[in-house]
Design a protein around this ligand. Sequence first.
Ligand SMILES: Nc1ncnc2c1ncn2[C@@H]1O[C@H](COP(=O)(O)OP(=O)(O)O)[C@@H](O)[C@H]1O
Ligand SMILES: [Mg+2]
Length: 252
Amino acid sequence: MSTDAPGAAPLIRLRGVTKTYGSGNTAFQALRGVDMDVQAGEFVAVMGPSGSGKSTVMNILGCLDTLSAGSYRFRDVAVEALDRNQRARLRRHYLGFVFQGFNLLGRTSAQENVELPLLYRGASAAERHRAAREALAQVGLDGWGHHTPAELSGGQQQRVAIARAIVTQPQVLLADEPTGNLDTQRSREIMDLIATLNRERGITVLMVTHEPDMAAYARRVVRFVDGRVDSDRLQEPVMSPPVESTLAGEGG
Ligand SMILES: Nc1ncnc2c1ncn2[C@@H]1O[C@H](COP(=O)(O)OP(=O)(O)O)[C@@H](O)[C@H]1O
Ligand SMILES: [Mg+2]
């Protein structure tokens, strides 16, 4: 797990995090005091019933949303004290996202979808092309860059989304139900890929899933109930096969 010296700050530290949507009579507290530390290199599955605050905490971790009270420290920096631009920079440099619905641009090639985060960073065209080709190869889509999402299967679209998430070489991958729209076989292939990125590239992974089979790939399972951490357990992750064998035979 962590290679940090004893006493070193964790990569992620949440303390007393609350999130209230709306105000007055319609106010709803989606998070009710979340404490959670994540060390660099961990693979955490976030589980819990629908409405328990999983997506809310992921959006806060990903700087896509702000907390209402409490503290979020990332690399020992107080995220709630950053302004909008600083949060955007943190997001672009350290975080990658994968969503259940893939969220690819429909009329845009896989290659261009993957290049997009680098465009925001101001990378040159040559650098964008090179990095996107490399990221597509890493997810087993070498040579598929010219296809639009409609020409790809669900499993392949999620691979493109993962390539887009890792093209900036983020320290953390945040995945919210990444296999929620996929059948069992494609789900396993996506999990093998995510587990390989964690194991071989050292990317810290936080992944929401409601499927025990998918959570089994993680080393740690944090369970949310009613906007709080209900349990937090370590487990022996299922071994995924080497990436070569998982990437062969992608069809559907
Ligand atoms: N933008 C929002 N406005 C109001 N309520 C919200 C909003 N987003 C989420 N909620 C509510 O907060 C609770 C937690 O939502 P969410 O984090 O999406 O749950 P989960 O991902 O665990 O299913 C739910 O009751 C949901 O209806
Ligand atoms: Mg959710």
